[in-house]
Each structure stands twice: as C-alpha cells, then as structure tokens.
Design a protein around this ligand. Structure first.
Ligand code: FAD
Length: 396
C-alpha cells in the first residue's frame, strides 16, 4: 500500500461532518459489512474506538516482499513457446490482490482462445489462484505448478486493502493502460462484492481514519526515489469519498481527521478459501520450480498461464519487472479493533489474522530485491502508532 495512493482513493472532495452528520453516518446498531461497526460512543457522541495495543513485544512477525512493478503496467499477453501458448499474467505492482479477478479474467479469455480444455497455471499467488478458479468455473481442467504455495508466497505478505492503482504503472503509461485498468478494476470489484458475508470473513468493508496535523494536501511524505505513478482514482471510483471530521467529533488528537471506507481482504482466510475451492473443484497442484522458459515444454498442457509475479523476471528474463520492496509487521490480533489508521508515518490495517502495521514514507525500496526483514523499522512504526493511540480519547 502507498500512502498517497490511499489518500487519493479516499476521495479528493471532502465534506465537513458535523457531530450530527457523523452520528447519522453510523447509527447505533448498524453493521459495516458483516462485522459490527464501532457504534459505542464516548460522552459527546464521539465514536468509541477500542485502543490498539501498539507495543513492539506484541509483534508476531515481520514480513518483506517485493511488489512486481512494470512501468508499462502488468504483462497480460500471449507468447508462443515451442508447441505451447503461454499467457502472461504478472507484474501487478501494489495492486495484485485488488486487480486479480479482472486481470485473470483477461488472461483466461486469451487462454480460452486457444480452444484447450486443460490449462496449466504457473504460480499460486493472488494471480495464479484467481486464474485457476476462473478457468475451473469456465469448465476447464486445471493444474497449478508452483515453487511455493500459500502461506509461503509473496501475496500472503500484502497489506490486504482495495488499492487498485497502487504502483500499477508509471504516469507516462497511464493513458495507454487506463482502459484496461478500468476493465480489470470493475471486474474485480464486482467479484469482491459477491464474496462478502462468507465464513471467516475473507472480504469485508471497513472504516478507518486518516490523521494529519497538516491541512489536507500538505501532509504527503512520499519517498522521493520512486517514479511518478499513474493515478486512476478519478477515472472510476469504487469506494465512497472520505469525509473530513470536525474537531470534537472524533477521539483523535490530530488537527485533521478524515474517515474513509474501503474493502479489506483478510488474506489468511481469503487465500485459504481460494485454495480450498480450487481443490474441492478437482484442481491439482504440483510443487515444481522452473528455471528457464524451455522447462515449461515438459508440461502436458498445451496452454499455460504464467502467473509467477516477481519470479517472471528470472524465469522469462523480463528486466522491465522492478522489485519494490515492502515490509509489514503483524501484531497479535485484537478482534475488538475494527478500524484502520493511516498517518504520514504509519498505517494500521485491522486484519483478523493480526493488526498489520506498515511504516510510510521510507525510501530505498524502489528496485530493491532485498527481502531481509529489518525489525527496527517495524518497531519504530509500532511506536509511531502507539503515540497516536496515546493521544486518543479512550472509552471509559
Ligand atoms: C508490503 C506490500 C503490501 C501490499 N499491499 C497490497 C494491498 O493492500 N492490496 C493489493 O491489491 N496488493 C498489495 N500488494 C501487492 C500484491 O501483494 C502483489 O501485487 C501480488 O501479491 C502479486 O501476486 P502474484 O500472484 O503475481 O505473485 P506471487 O504472490 O509472488 O506468486 C507467484 C507464484 O509463482 C511462483 N513462482 C515464481 N517463480 C517461479 C518459478 N520459477 N517456478 C515455479 N513457480 C514460480 C511462486 O512460488 C508463487 O506461487 C502489496 C505488496 C507489498 C509488498
């Protein structure tokens, strides 16, 4: 996730909410998605947000992965390889989960154009799993080949938010890629709406708060060593615009607070569900690593989808695939914490498999393939979160 991206998605046009308006937005007893919304109130009608136990000793793990970024956007195209057709479906930057259903729909159409009934999918991350499931639903028999399976794939280390244009291409390619982006985002968003309310809450809507001491628009601290990315949020809006909350209508100490509403992916239960659905529908999985394109010629399927994410750089020699390093930490789950937080320094996503904490504004990630976790960075992010929590008005 990227802070500037996240702010944009929360909406450029902000309405100032009065206490009354705020109360009207979250009436007692309403539910956000399938999860009880934070409806309890502090004395003056301020929503009661249960405090995050933001302490470094509650970190259960620090995770690093590389976003597979391509300046031109993801590679979704067909290539002939000996007697095979390979449909590429990789390079989704910081948007892989968000765009997965849409991107995999486009890739599957290309695969179906070859007329085959057996499909091989290389990769078992967000893109491989969604490709495989869509192919099964279309009546194909599918085998996944992958070096790693969940939970050991990079996709499991994502933040888990609807971020469909996060590091998806650079600004110079926005006009060429825009139509395709919109197709993919619409298909994915529609698919996610059909996955609400399922056991384990793989997908849910959440609310959260942007916090800043600076006026809107002046708080961004973007890493200076990254390119200018494409911005598609005003092209097609999927989530409600954020609302600026008036002082006294929220429990935070910061001068500027905006409430946003977005989709969250509980990645542990979500990936488990996808994998399970695939196997229940008769899907086969073979753990296998490929070192060069010609290795794929040994496979029995005539049509293959290449969903190897960052792995495509080595496997297909695609040096346009740039690793953008990202690190998150997970805190012990707190089911009572049902809201997200985002400031210029830190974000917290209230995932059910652990509160996800990420530092914002750090540089040195672009073109950095190093996946060694730096725990000190995550501890500092947790302490930044602790300072926010300390300033909050707490429930009695
Ligand atoms: C910190 C961070 C936060 C993020 N947050 C979000 C978010 O909130 N929302 C969002 O939409 N996106 C987010 N992303 C982006 C998202 O995680 C990626 O775009 C997505 O995971 C890419 O999925 P994938 O299936 O292409 O790749 P992967 O998950 O890497 O899967 C690749 C698969 O291919 C296999 N493979 C690779 N090479 C080979 C080989 N040579 N032989 C055999 N198998 C191979 C792997 O074993 C694996 O099974 C985030 C990324 C980072 C780093």
């Amino acid at each position: 996730m990227q802070r500037r991206h996240f702010l944009r998605h929360a909406g450029a046009t902000l309405a100032l909410a009065s206490t009354g308006a705020l109360t009207a937005c979250v009436p007692a007893g309403t539910r956000s998605g399938n999860r009880a919304a934070p409806v309890a109130r502090l004395g003056s009608g301020i929503p009661e947000l249960m405090p995050v136990k933001a302490r470094p000793d509650r970190i259960t793990g620090v995770y690093v992965c590389t976003r597979p970024f391509r300046a031109a956007g993801p590679r979704i195209e067909t290539e002939r390889l000996g007697d095979k057709t390979v449909v590429h479906n990789y390079g989704h930057g910081g948007s892989g989960w968000s765009l997965s259903w849409g991107s995999s729909t486009l890739a599957l159409r290309m695969a179906q154009a070859t007329g085959v009934h057996e499909l091989g999918v290389i990769g078992c991350g967000a893109l491989g799993l969604t490709t495989a499931l869509l192919a099964q639903r279309a009546g194909l028999s599918v085998r996944i080949y992958a070096r790693d399976l969940p939970p050991n794939v990079y996709s499991m280390r994502a933040s888990g938010l609807w971020t469909p244009d996060s590091r998806i291409c650079d600004a110079a390619h926005a006009s060429v890629f825009g139509d395709r982006w919109e197709d993919m985002a619409r298909i994915s968003f529609t698919q996610y709406q059909s996955m609400l309310g399922l056991p384990g809450d793989p997908i849910e809507w959440i609310e959260g708060y942007f916090l800043s001491d600076d006026p809107p628009g002046q708080a961004s601290q973007e890493p200076s060593d990254e390119p200018e990315y494409a911005e598609f949020v005003e092209r097609a809006r999927f989530t409600p615009r954020s609302v600026e909350l008036a002082p006294g209508t929220h429990p935070f100490a910061q001068a500027h607070v905006r409430r946003y509403t977005t989709l969250m992916f509980n990645i542990t239960s979500y990936a488990h569900m996808l994998l399970n659905d695939f196997l229940v529908a008769g899907g086969k999985i073979e753990v296998r690593e490929f070192h060069q394109p010609n290795d794929l010629l040994q496979l029995p399927e005539r049509t293959l989808v290449n969903a190897t994410g960052y792995g495509a750089r080595a496997l297909f020699g695609d040096n346009s695939l740039i690793p953008v390093r990202g690190q998150t930490a997970r805190l012990i789950p707190q089911p009572e914490v049902r809201y997200g937080i985002s400031s210029s320094k830190v974000s917290m996503v209230p995932r059910r498999d652990g509160l996800l904490v990420q530092a914002f504004g750090d540089s040195g990630n672009f073109n950095n393939p190093d996946t060694t976790p730096v725990r000190a960075v995550s501890e500092a992010a947790v302490l930044a979160l602790a300072r926010i929590v300390e300033g909050m008005r707490q429930p009695a």
